[in-house]
Design a protein. Sequence first.
Length: 333
Amino acid sequence: MATALAVVLVLAPSACSPATGPGASPSLAFVSNRDGNEEIYLVLESGRLRNISNHPGRDRSPVWSPDGWRLAFVSERDGNAEVYVASFFGLRPDLVNLSRHEARDVDPTWSPDGRRLAFTSFRDGDAEVYAVDIDGGGLRNLTNHPALDTQPVWSPDGARIAFTSTRGAAADVFVMEMDDTGPVNLTDGPVGDDFGATWSPSGTRLAFTSNREGATEVYVIGIDGSHLMNVSDSPTFDESPAWSPDGSRIAFESLRGFGWDIFVANLDDGGLVNITEFPAAESGPVWSPDGTRIAFESNRFGNWDILFASAGGGEPTVVDGNPANESAARWRP
C-alpha cells in the first residue's frame, strides 16, 4: 500500500462560524503532545493549527457543543481532572471550569440543546453521573448510587441519558429519563460486561461494547431492550462503535484484520468493510458530519497520528505530519 501524504484537513466554513482569530474557523479538534504535554488543538479553515488549551497541565477528551460554538474538555491544570469549556465568541477562546471540585471529573457530554453538560464525578467517593448548566449553576447528581456510574451520553432528544453502571452483577448499560424516572438496566446481560454506549441519530437504538458471549463485540439494542443484534460478530476483539450520521452504518475498531483496523458495518444488509487495511494499530473512529469520511488514530508511521479516510475505504490522509502523538479527533458540527 502506498504511503499516505501528510496534508492538513481543510473543510469549508459554516455560514456563521466561531472565532479563534481573524478569519479562522475550526473544522476539527484533537489532542497533541507536540508542546511537551497533551493540549487541545483545532484545525482551522486556513490549514493552520491553533492550541486552545495552552497550559502545562494535561488537557484531553474534547467534545464539541451541538452548535459548534463551544468545546468541552478535561483538564488537569488545577492539579486534578476537571471539566472545562472553551467558548469561541471572540478573538480568543474563553475558558471556564464548570465542574469546580478537587475530586476527579471526566467524561463530558453535551445536552442536545447545548445548555447543559453531563459528566462523571468522583466527588462522592464513588463514580456518579452529574449534570451542570453551562453557566456553572444547577449542579445535580443524576445517579446517586454506591456503584460505579460512568460514561454518560445524552439521547438526541435530550429526554434520556445512557450510562454504564456496576450496580448489577456486572457492568451494564442503563438508561434514565430526565424527568426523574429511575434508571432501567437496558442490557442486563447474565454474564459479561456491557459498556461504552452511544445513541443512534434517531434515538431509537444504542450501540455498545460487550463480552457477554466471550469475545468482546459490538452490539445494537432498541431503547426498549428489544432487537439485540451482534454487529461485529467475530471471535477477535471489536469495540468503540460510532454511528454514521444517517444511522445506517456503524464504524468500529477490530483486531480481525492486519492488526487493529477500522471496519464499517452496514446495518441494512450486514455488509462489512475494512477501510484501513494496514498492518498497524488504528482506533477511535469518528464520522464527519456529512457521513463521507471517518477520522481515526493510527501508529502506521511510528507515532500516533490523526488520519481520515473515505467511509467506503481507500487511501487515508494524514491530518498533520508532526512527529508528536495525536489522538481524540472530533469533527466540528
